[in-house]
Ligand binder design. Sequence first.
Ligand code: GLU
Length: 442
Amino acid sequence: MTYASEVTSMIRVRFAPSPTGNLHIGGSRTALFNWLYAQAKNGKFILRIEDTDKLRSKQEFVNEILDSLKWLGFNWDEIYYQSQRFALYKQFAQKLLDEGKAYTEKLPDKEGEAIIFKVTPQKIKLNDLIRGNIEFEAETIKNQVLIKSDGTPTYNFACVVDDATMNITHIIRGEDHISNTPKQILLYEALGFKVPEFAHLPLIMGTEGGRLSKRTGATAISDFRKIGYLSEALVNYLLLLSWSPGENREVIDINEAIKLFDVKDVNKTAAAFDLDKLNWINNQYLKKEPLEKLNSLIIPLLIENNYIQKDNFDKNYVISIIKLFQARLSTINDFLDWANFFFLKDIEIEEKAKEKLLSRDLSKEFKLFIERLGMLEKFDIETIETSFREMVKELGLETKTLIHPIRAALTGKTIGPGLFEVIYYLGKERVKERLEKWINKE
Ligand code: GLU
């Protein structure tokens, strides 16, 4: 058996999604490893839309898949749609008929004739680039339908005709397709095509084992985008799902990954989708993101959520608040939840904050603090802090007995940025208003 890669020097890989759903974590990792391999080997990355199922394929899914791939940065060199290639599949099925390798069959309740491939019993060997040698018994493979009686090709047949005519050298896809591979190898041989190399990527499970759930990885890439993940961070995370740059590194730039990646180094064992880790990686990227880029992502969200009014907001103020949160954000959307008290007039105090931090009567202390703030001539973070610390000392209290309750009354939350920054950016008036509101139990 000769492998296509031995005769063609150019590496050609493909990603072949069926547009019957959105692009998810599994599909995007397959796309990434194909794209990455093409970049690493100076090859070509082909996109093939497997839209043979007229009923289940939808244009909206094609659009979502293409947009998500572009957003992730996986640009393709060529694109094909299987629905435009039916004549080609027919032609190759006819060839097999002419050579006696296939036969037609008419089912009683169907209109047209199906074309069926005769499978001859034999051992089929596969040297998978990731999983090593695998042997399949063709006895277990039944004769295969190539073209259904309605004229549409089956997945295995269209896949082989396409991979061969598109000169695909390496087929990198999910392990769930491994049982299709022997059937496909038989077809390559029957059609006289060279068999490409295969690399089957391990499954992606949820962290607790089992299939991916909605909360774990079953989220569409377009949703990750909406929630506020950065594409670079998501790609970095996808990379780690069964590949590692070595030396326990987790944050890696894509250009460096291109230099280090080889499909042979992909792990055999199942990968686990871990949302906490994705959040951690996203935070690593958000921390380093230029403020300008962050602003361009956050400001539209603030407008959309009526936190600020388009063309009528203090940009410098918004930027200062973004800076205040930048190091902590796991996603861009976190900003909406965490920083809302800087933008909304009426804040809601979380139950947890009430129970944990505001159950004691601190009205005397709150009043005193309002007074002290009122007296400050200079209002900057340092002065606010000095005045607060002096007051706490005079009252003979521990700082934390007041810091957290005041912050909870100002922000409505149990956690947040430092109290003095919060006070500074809220301004004297709003601080006074919110503390009084709490004193008066409004
Ligand atoms: N359309 C198939 C899928 O989405 C492609 C399988 C393959 O890569 O051969 O699973």
